[in-house]
Design a protein. Sequence first.
Length: 297
Amino acid sequence: MNPQLSIRIGTMIPGNSPDPAAYLQKILPHGFESIEPSFWKVMDKDLPTLARQLKETIGDRDITIGTLGMFGNVLEDDDDGRMALRGWEQLIDHAHLFGATTIAGFTGRVRGKRIEDSLPAFKRVFGELTRRAADKGVKLAFENCAMDGNWKSGDWNIAHTPDAWELMFNEVLADNLGLEWEPAHQMLYLIEPIPQIRKWAKKIFHIHGKDATIRWEVIREHGIFGRVPFAFMRTPGFGDTNWTDVISELRVAGFTGSIDIEGWHDPVYRGELEMTGQVHALDYLKRCRGGAYVPNP
């Protein structure tokens, strides 16, 4: 086996699209090594059928589906919250059909309240989901995205700062509960990403390939709450992150898994240039991983 593939470079595909397998078929020639099918708010597919279609599309190619995504607010007791919760349950129960070992998404949040106010609901919902997942050998991971929230208020997710992680993982003590981490969201908080890997490596189950550009001249003149945006999301290879350092730190920490590119955020490589940007990121991340594997003599 190629030891470079202990960390694979892949991409996300939209699970809610009419035909995820057809989308996958179109991007397979580009060289992605893994995929993360992801759903927004509702999981609206027959999962055994979807798993079969995706695996048939992949065929004998060395491409994995290690993580499935379910993004919604499962802490809300309304129709959307219940549909999102059902999505988590279904993905946990059917993960083995895809070969997936991780289900990722948002924690949810009690809307408009402080992070601490969401902890009882978080403990109730994810205490049960974690037990359900553990019974099936599945891990749960939370993306570190604020979704425009902060400590005092928000709509979707509490898992966006290390202080919140401390609280969450103290509420639900489980080895299979962790993070779907990426540097971009931490950079938007002006947090250094690399030291986080060293401290939180054991809780990092999956990586999103997304970057950010910080406009320090804007911060110095306007601050971070002014009318001029001080940062924007980028596809890896176009932002400020040194992904060679990120991958090196992940290797040192013993991480194995995939870095799946989260596209559709770059202000330049979007629309007709979306896949151009993603393939550039794919090639860039492979170089940061060390390039082509060369066996020792």
